[in-house]
Write a protein that binds this ligand. Structure first.
Ligand code: TZP
Ligand code: MG
Length: 223
């Protein structure tokens, strides 16, 4: 049996991480994901949440459609919160928050699939790592319109603090990240940027992804 994903692999997969559900998209979600993959998205998270979110069969069908696109592109497809759905689809991983089932229990259920955990403090980060997280989602770095129950804005400083505290696992910054903010987020210590609106709220999906990724990769190549 193969083991957990190598952390250096996950680190690269976080570079340009698209998070989305049907509620977030201006255009049809399948088209958005297709364009994002064409632009070089490195990971995709299905996060079907909020007012008007799909449930039941339509939700499942959308998840299947997006998963198929990611599979074709060789990009990991991660499910937000819903371990059952992830197992049913045989998705590549699960992302959970602090209010969801414990990381320990999710790790037990998903085996070697990728496990992402949202962490807002050094303590939450350390616990998530002990419980089996492969990567941490840290934010909101900037103000966001995409999450109703978002924690207080942390600024890039939280990333510096985590790195200074010796937390060296893969970290993706999230919350209000735009093309112009990628460098600041990377410089503070993130391995990648996770975005919703910068990609889903534009008609230029492919171009937006290209720019976000270009800024991330150029920082990594020449810090
Ligand atoms: N978690 C923290 S902020 C956020 C999530 C899911 C929303 C990010 O969306 P956007 O539109 O990129 O600010
Ligand atoms: Mg959650």
């Amino acid at each position: 049996m193969s083991g957990r994903m190598l952390s250096e692999v996950v680190r690269r997969q976080l570079q340009m991480y698209l998070v989305l559900g049907s509620v977030n998209c201006l255009a049809e979600p399948g088209w958005v994901v297709q364009e994002a993959l064409a632009g070089g998205a490195t990971m995709v998270q299905f996060r079907e949440k909020g007012l008007g979110a799909l449930t039941g069969v339509p939700m499942f069908e959308l998840a299947c459609q997006l998963q198929e696109l990611c599979r074709h592109a060789g990009v990991p497809f991660i499910i937000n919160d819903d371990v059952e759905l992830a197992l049913e689809l045989d998705a590549d991983g699960v992302h959970i928050g602090q209010d969801d089932e414990s990381a320990e229990s999710v790790r037990e259920r998903i085996g070697n699939r990728i496990l992402g955990v949202s962490a807002h403090t050094i303590e939450e980060a350390r616990r998530a790592i002990l419980q089996g997280a492969d990567y941490l989602g840290v934010g909101p770095i900037y103000p966001t319109i995409s999450k109703d129950d978002a924690h207080a804005v942390q600024g890039p400083a939280i990333l510096y603090e985590m790195r200074k505290a010796g937390i060296d696992v893969p970290i993706v910054g999230i919350g209000g990240i735009t093309v112009d903010r990628v460098e600041e987020v990377a410089r503070a210590g993130a391995d990648g940027v996770a975005v919703i609106s910068a990609v889903t709220q534009t008609e230029q999906v492919r171009g937006a992804v290209k720019e976000l990724k270009k800024n991330m990769v150029s920082f990594l190549n020449d810090p």
